[in-house]
Ligand binder design. Sequence first.
Ligand code: SF4
Ligand code: SF4
Ligand code: SF4
Ligand code: FES
Length: 961
Amino acid sequence: MLQYYDPNKADPSKDYGTPASLSEKLVTLEIDGVETCVPEGTSVMRAAALVDINIPKLCATDNLEAYGSCRLCAVQIEGRRGTPASCTTPAEQGMKIWTQNEKLAKLRRNIMELYISDHPLDCLTCPANGDCELQDMAGAVGLREVRYGFEGENHLDAPKDTSNPYFTFDASKCIVCSRCVRACEEVQGTFALTIDGRGFDSKVAAGQNESFLDSECVSCGACVQACPTATLSENSIIDLGQPEHSVVTTCAYCGVGCSFRAEMKGDQLVRMVPDKGGDANHGHSCVKGRFAFGYATHNDRIKTPMIRDSIDQPWKEVGWEEAISFAASRLKSIQAEHGRESIGGITSSRCTNEETYLVQKLIRAAFGNNNTDTCARVCHSPTGYGLKQTLGESAGTQTFDSIMKSDCVLVIGANPTDAHPVFGSMMRRRLREGASLIVADPREIDLLKTPHLGDSAHLPLRPGSNVAMVNALSHVVITEGLEDTDFIAKRCESDAYAKWRAFISEPRNSPEAVEEITGVSATAVREAARTFAKAPNSAIYYGLGVTEHSQGSTMVMGIANLALATGNIGRDGVGVNPLRGQNNVQGSCDMGSFPHELPGYQHVSDPIARGRFEAAWGVSLDDEPGLRIPNMFDAAIAGQFRALYVQGEDIAQSDPNTQHVEAALKALDCLIVQDIFLNETAKFAHVLLPGSSFLEKNGTFTNAERRINRVRKVMPAVAGKEDWEVTVDLANALGYPMSYNHPSEIMDEIASLAPSFAGVSYEKLDKHGSLQWPCNDQFPDGSPIMHMESFPMPEGKGHFAITEFVPTTERANRKFPLLLTTGRILSQYNVGAQTRRTDNQAWHDEDILELHPHDAEERGISDGDWLGITSRAGHTVLRARVSVRMQPGVVYTTFHHPGSGANVITTNNSDWATNCPEYKVTAVQVEKVSQPSEWQKDFVANHHRQNKFLAEASAVAASDE
Ligand code: SF4
Ligand code: SF4
Ligand code: SF4
Ligand code: FES
């Protein structure tokens, strides 16, 4: 089997022409007199490249299967007639190959001559000048003259397609090598491109001969990267020219954690190129990481600290020292008047591990309480709880690459092609190879439309019925004798298993009994359970459609039960895999952001763990858990909680029941917001501290597979400070001394206090590229797969948990007959603060309410109508899209635009164990309306007022200069 990533970690900066072979059998051959040994199935081209014999090539590149169209890579092989293409010829035992002789040189020159005779000779003014394989190959084969003129038919006037905001397709430069078409198919899995026509008339076409923007292209950039000429070029390269140096760093958007080369000209970022050496992405990207970086230099960036006494006043621009001392004195006086517990802080999953660690340290050590929480509260806190209870560790069990060994993939409440696109592409690749797919989701997600998909099943369950569904799947496994008895006997706690077995076998958990609840036919559930249990390797991937429910934690445990019962834990191809939303959700949890856990998931009540932190930090720590975010809001409204420090989160937009959140923020005496923009939360702030983007700082992010990746500074921080430096200053101003010269020293401190990070250091990260925790004496190079031998639980055994289905109290009735569920789309990210300030707006510039034609017809609603959506919490207005992707009775929207007020209608309902909000189930009614909601009118008024305050502050500062 060929694989597009290289398990042998060949030099990622070199193109070996064809993918690596995974065969364990080796063959020995001789190339230009050099003897070499390669895995069977390796191409002659790759075998040569591995010993630095670089055969000219045009249509081959090492992340695509060999195609054999250009013939430039011809070689001679002893005992074989003709000149076979080295890219499509596998290396064989005893082969003798010549890559250079007069005959081959002449053949290659002739081929290049034909290409060049139909190619614009504008090398000096071409954007790819200096980075063009056609140019390189003309040089490599020694082409000196072109005997054919440009008279006669040619493609030199072929049109340009400039529809995509990020790249241009200049057809006049196309050599029809098909690398773009194959990249779109093999790497991205979208199949947006074809070669249209035959012979001389062949040309690359997007969609049904549409523009790139109108086609199904998702702007991942794989074709641009694959193109050996300037035919497909980034617009930034056309505008700015070729970069001069690069720095490898990590995407700051989603939990895939793709590695990129930030290619620079001085301090200016020219383009982001996915790094082939990236262990999470192997050289692939999505539109966000690849192109949507313009927000970092957007005019809206906050560049100066600002303070004010009240949110009804204009801002005053001040220096760092004044802002920090203003914030510190406010915090101190509030604590003096209202007590130690009256203040707290929120860390961000968008910030680095080091920054997050420092914020929770500031709260515990300098504020003197445990009132620290993180945005993971509202997304994956049930993952932390549920997996800890069953598997013993609050993290996913696999690497992304593990999916390439899966035979059955169960996706629950996740939409990987939109929310985790690079992993979604890898998943699609495995599905095209024949793994079966089961999707449990109210919507028909795009994964189900994967071209060349094999067996697949959609279980379109009703929102709120996850636990009933997973119980039914396990019921079938147990009652039909499909469980893995060996695994259960060896690896699981017997008492808990016996109790769970009795519970799950009860007829009330059967697919037939829960059909009414889930809305999915019992036959389909039985079939899915059999497919999952019988496949040699079955893996579960889940997202916020699992966690953001009143039974989010129960569902996570139900998933772990299913994996344990079928023995799908502890090896490649299986496992329980939470797909984390933001870039550093895993990291922010690991770093001790939750009120009850110190870094490394050590409970604050554990005297030994607490003692270690007390010794290291030189303070005594509170042994009682502090407030969670929803408790902070309630306490603020009750007047007990008076000040909040929020780093890098926009709780006013992202948290549920916006009007409740706004009331809490308005009740605070002091709100300190540290962010790169005046976000919705900052509109309620008294201190605004400029944040630094991921391009402006050093640190690490930890992705959904527990992979710690380096974030490297590529340009100076716009306001002069990296985020961690601001937290250090605030701690010092509060009288708690903090002193670090570089984030590497913060990581050293983390390693000394969190056992699963004990072996992590910047030196080791730079050497390995990345490390998956646990990384310690037991696993010095990290742990790609967890729980291989035992679980970090009593006696090392996995624990089955009883997962009783308890329906949510948020139910549809006559007044609110529809269920609203929320999600994300590919081009926007979370609250949209970053992506809304990029050309990604071309794909999605407003949140839309999707509803089924049946529900639309009943209410006389057509596409594009304005709809008033009313829930028990509030009312907002969105435009309608009528879509058969929805099931009748269920409506769907995104929350990327603040003025939409999607969270005005979500409620305070939350997960019983963790308070994770129930974003995925809100009972609503919709009707046609003609004007925005009252909240939306207030929102617009406040937006203008707060932006005016900002503009006035800049004007005053400018006039003072
Ligand atoms: S940008 Fe990606 S999706 Fe679009 S055509 Fe290129 S490879 Fe296909
Ligand atoms: S656009 Fe580029 S990659 Fe695609 S066929 Fe033309 S030259 Fe090859
Ligand atoms: S998949 Fe996620 S991490 Fe990768 S480029 Fe896209 S947004 Fe960034
Ligand atoms: S590189 Fe081998 S045929 Fe094109």
